[in-house]
Design a protein around this ligand. Structure first.
Ligand code: LLP
Length: 438
């Protein structure tokens, strides 16, 4: 992945830095981000649109990994930012992210969150439901402030890894149904409101998708509706947001395309349909999360205890687990790994990598091929940059790991490791010995 190599000591290096040095400096578990790979991915998305001569915004879907430093890196790459909560918006504000490039998502935004978005005068709110339409109109009127909006729609496409099916009415908690009049109703409620600037539609058809057909179909379905709106309401949408979901390669089982290919094919559909219908080519927005940060991230753990279950398996336990990466336990997600301090030894023994949480299901990798693991060895689990730290918890009161950026032989801490003091910082002591007093 990215800039990874093996140095003369047989150690894994990322961004030109020996990970065993990072492990001794920052401790383990530590999450390492190859920022050059992040930049390369961002550039590939942006270049694709430029090549196609389509105006675009590539918004980093920051639920994949949210921190001040990654937002600043995204900003430097000219990306926009997709936030889904007041907390992510606050992080963006703390990072000094340009407000006009922030897009606010979510299926249950609170009034306070919407007011916060107005206060920060962000670039766009992606409206998800009728309650939000009412709240946004009210808040805009009260504040006499203009806000750009998109409406999120469910186009009735369910994308899976290898095929996609279309359903008459998609059962999803997100967005307005495109097929039963809800979307048109939302459009009519918004398009001529004085303080609302209606930009168009948004859809997001799923995540970790490998094939391009579902994306192309989504682009087609939304463009058709835009053409219909021009005919029925003489309204032209300046923006079309096609979401994220581009798949990445966690293990050899995964067969994604180059991330930019998805964009290229979607862009072709938009362009062709626009030409065919003589519709002005909309500005296309996309929202990749996983494909920007997923394979840029590697987690380094220290190996601890081992256990042989005769005839069944051998466990090696590491100093993290489902608290820093819940994806194997939650989604049965698969990862690949290597022994970072002995990369050149044959990785031919089968191990089960377990975490240290008090749950039998806390296994990171069922079948990891590694050399004979000794206590203190460093285990690298690859492709852990997306939906790991952002979904991490303090289960069993484990402190969350440190996060380090590496590039061109340099490293910098961007999220410090949690301490035990951090762990109890929200706790308040019992005020009285006598229970009946509270
Ligand atoms: N836009 C919207 C509206 C989304 O809901 C999502 C992801 C994205 C963009 C980014 O999708 P991506 O490019 O990262 O696939 N926790 C799960 C993934 C949940 C995805 C939620 N929405 C996982 O660990 O696999």
């Amino acid at each position: 992945y990215g800039t990874q190599t093996v140095n003369e000591n047989g150690h894994l290096t990322i961004g030109g830095v020996d990970v065993s040095e990072l492990a001794s400096q920052y401790g383990t578990p530590v999450m390492i981000y190859d920022t050059e790979l992040f930049k390369e991915r961002a550039r590939a998305f942006k270049d694709t649109f430029e090549k196609k001569e389509i105006r675009a915004q590539v918004a980093y879907a920051s639920k994949a990994f949210s921190s001040i430093a990654i937002y600043q890196l995204a900003e430097q790459q000219g990306l926009s930012l997709d936030v889904v909560s007041g907390g992510e918006l606050y992080t963006a504000v703390a990072a000094g992210f340009p407000r006009e490039r922030i897009h606010f998502h979510g299926n249950n935004k609170s009034r306070e969150e919407i007011v916060y978005a107005f206060e920060e005068n962000i670039g766009c709110i992606v409206i998800d439901n009728f309650l939000e339409i009412d709240m946004i109109k009210e808040i805009a009127d009260e504040r006499k402030q203009t806000m750009n909006v998109l409406v999120r729609v469910t186009p009735g496409i369910e994308a899976h890894t290898h095929d996609y099916i279309t359903t008459g009415q998609e059962d999803s908690k997100f967005g307005f149904d495109l097929k039963n009049g809800q979307t048109d109703q939302a459009f009519l409620a918004l398009h001529d409101h004085g303080y609302i600037k209606f930009l168009g539609m948004h859809c997001h058809i799923g995540s970790q998708i490998f094939e391009t057909d579902a994306f192309k179909f989504a682009a087609e379905v939304l463009m058709e509706r835009m053409v219909e709106w021009r005919k029925n309401y003489q309204f032209i949408c300046p923006v079309l947001n096609l979401g994220g979901g581009f798949g990445i390669r966690y293990t050899e089982e995964d067969t994604p395309l180059e991330p930019a290919i998805y964009v290229e094919e979607m862009a072709d559909v938009v362009k062709e349909m626009a030409e065919e219908c003589e519709y002005p080519i909309p500005e296309v927005w996309i929202e990749p999360g996983r494909s920007l940060v997923g394979d840029a991230g590697t987690t380094i753990y220290s190996a601890g205890s081992t256990k042989v279950v005769p005839g069944v398996r051998t466990y090696v336990a590491v100093d993290g687990g489902m608290s820093d990466n819940i994806r194997p336990a939650l989604y049965d997600a698969h990862y690949s790994s290597a022994l970072a301090n002995r990369m050149n030894e044959p990785h031919d023994q089968q191990w089960t990598v377990a975490g240290k949480c008090c749950e039998s299901g806390d296994k990171l990798i069922e079948k990891a091929y590694l050399p004979k693991v000794e206590t203190g060895d460093l285990l690298a689990v690859f492709c852990t940059g997306a939906y790991t730290y952002s979904m991490a918890s303090n289960y069993n009161r484990l402190p969350r790991p440190a996060v380090v950026f590496v590039e061109k032989g340099q490293h910098q801490l961007v999220v410090r490791r949690e301490t035990y003091e951090d762990i109890v910082k929200l706790d308040l002591p019992l005020q009285s010995d006598e229970k009946e007093n509270f």
